[in-house]
Design a protein around this ligand. Sequence first.
Ligand SMILES: Nc1ncnc2c1ncn2[C@@H]1O[C@H](COP(=O)(O)OP(=O)(O)OP(=O)(O)O)[C@@H](O)[C@H]1O
Ligand SMILES: [Mg+2]
Length: 219
Amino acid sequence: MPDTIIRLENISKSYSQGDTVIPVIENLNATIQEGKFISVIGPSGSGKSTLLNVIGLIDTADSGDIFFFDENLKDINYVQQNLIRRDKIGFVYQSNNLFSDFTAIENVTIPQLLLGANKKDAYNLAFKCLDILGLSARINHLPKDLSGGEQQRVAIARAIINEPKIIIADEPTGNLDKNTSNDVFEHLINFVYSQKISLIMATHNLDLARKSDHQIKLV
Ligand SMILES: Nc1ncnc2c1ncn2[C@@H]1O[C@H](COP(=O)(O)OP(=O)(O)OP(=O)(O)O)[C@@H](O)[C@H]1O
Ligand SMILES: [Mg+2]
């Protein structure tokens, strides 16, 4: 049995809009295991991003329990949660949020520099990550001089440089055409499976979702 990275038990989350309460996630149970790809599917507004934000420790659930490596989040203080988010989780979003004045490789070094790595080590590691994603010939390009798919691959390189245990991806191929989307996904999934890390990905692309080890369906 692979190790369980995250376990969700009876997670519920609603938003208040004036006097009305809008339930978004109701009593959700899920297990995310090491080296597995979990897709999150459901119509627009069904709570996919909300769920990813809860799992990524960006937002909190109203009720239920979340276990990270068998430790209940309720027993982990705010500072420790920040460390989990920084050290164990890589994020990839639909729009890549790359810094426009920095080259591809400079963008990828940033998470390492924030961890205190020296510039040369960060650069070498960033090159390795960009190489894995097929971008070794593009490292000195600014984001505007890269295609949409290449920009997303840079964003993935930036998400993996700190060697996370889990990648949270919110429609990472949502802005790309079908072929580019498949290409970016292939790079991502190959990396995930080769490194035995977990991927939890929200997507409207049911072809990609079908490739997952497990689907979380929201309604
Ligand atoms: N901060 C907020 N305050 C109030 N309501 C919110 C907030 N964030 C999200 N919602 C509502 O919660 C519901 C779920 O939103 P969410 O963004 O999680 O959906 P989604 O499944 O990711 O949709 P999409 O496929 O369009 O990205 C929506 O009805 C949305 O309007
Ligand atoms: Mg969303």
